[in-house]
Design a protein around this ligand. Sequence first.
Ligand code: F6R
Length: 359
Amino acid sequence: ALGTYEHYMLKEIEEQPAVMRNILAHYVNEDDEVVVDDEIVEAFSKADRVYIIACGTSWNAGLVGKTIIETLAGIPTEVHLASEFGYNTPLLSEKPFFIYLSQSGETADSRQVLVKTNKLGYPALTVTNVAGSTLSREANYTMLLHAGPEIAVASTKAYTAQIAVLSILASVTGKNKGIEVAQNFDVKQELSLVANNMDSLLTDENKFPSLVHNLLAETRNAFYIGRGTDYSVSLEASLKLKEISYIQCEGFASGELKHGTIALIEEGTPVIALITADHTNLQTRSNIQEVKSRGAKTCIISMEDVAQEGDDVVLPHVHPLYTALVSVLPTQLIAYYATLERGLDVDKPRNLAKSVTVE
Ligand code: F6R
């Protein structure tokens, strides 16, 4: 139910701290240990390569998951669009492990890949919000998102839930394998910190309508830029803005702009930069200068560790593996308020369905 909210999307954005806590509650046992089914961890540990298969926002979450899995579990990971993988299958490793990421668990593009990998006998884990969904029933294993029903067509809390659940799998597996980074990574502590910091970000929500007005009113296009995980989040941020506000938006690796796309920057083009990592802070800031000097209207979303005076949105500090969980929130709010300002239907954008059951 909507309760006091005008739109499901805003309600679901605001539910994210609770979703993080709920995920912890479901994956922590009575002895206060983070746990994943032994069978899943065992099969996952045997893999020489992980293949994440997904579409849309779930694919974007997979990109963030890749870094987390490689760092904590030490398994090389590839992220594939389901609609591409099924018909243009890459050369596979000897012991592949497939992860199907899907909020609904019903996406036809992902299912056709699952049918194929099942035939080949490869282990498959579905990470989904819907127990008993098709992808869950047809895979060997399931991990649930525990995000509660997602009603708005634009996915928000499923994105952060997918990243959190993948991190739990990666961390338990990495600890099991004796990987040092995983042993030093306290999921409970770091995810709780994320939840608290999501809360504090959301209390600042009332600054977004004017920020969005100054930046995006009347524009037909926009860019999000970032490096590393910030680039992955840029892709999700731009998908969100496109699908509900109909502003044409591209997420771009900030160092790559100068190799062509910078030609699109003109007087007043909005460019939003995400900066959460110290090792790329200065490089991205220099890319912002490049677009600014060509007339771009810029907005900087940075993490407090690397923030500079004048940055527009400052994110509270979280573990470097979890920056996406907080940096995506302002971008969800930007999409929401840009859509409201244009008087469009936030929860039901044109041409889109919540679950896509055709290929
Ligand atoms: C974007 C969005 C879609 C879905 C995609 C996959 O906000 O909702 O891009 O993420 O259709 O859906 P699931 O995750 O249900 O497989």
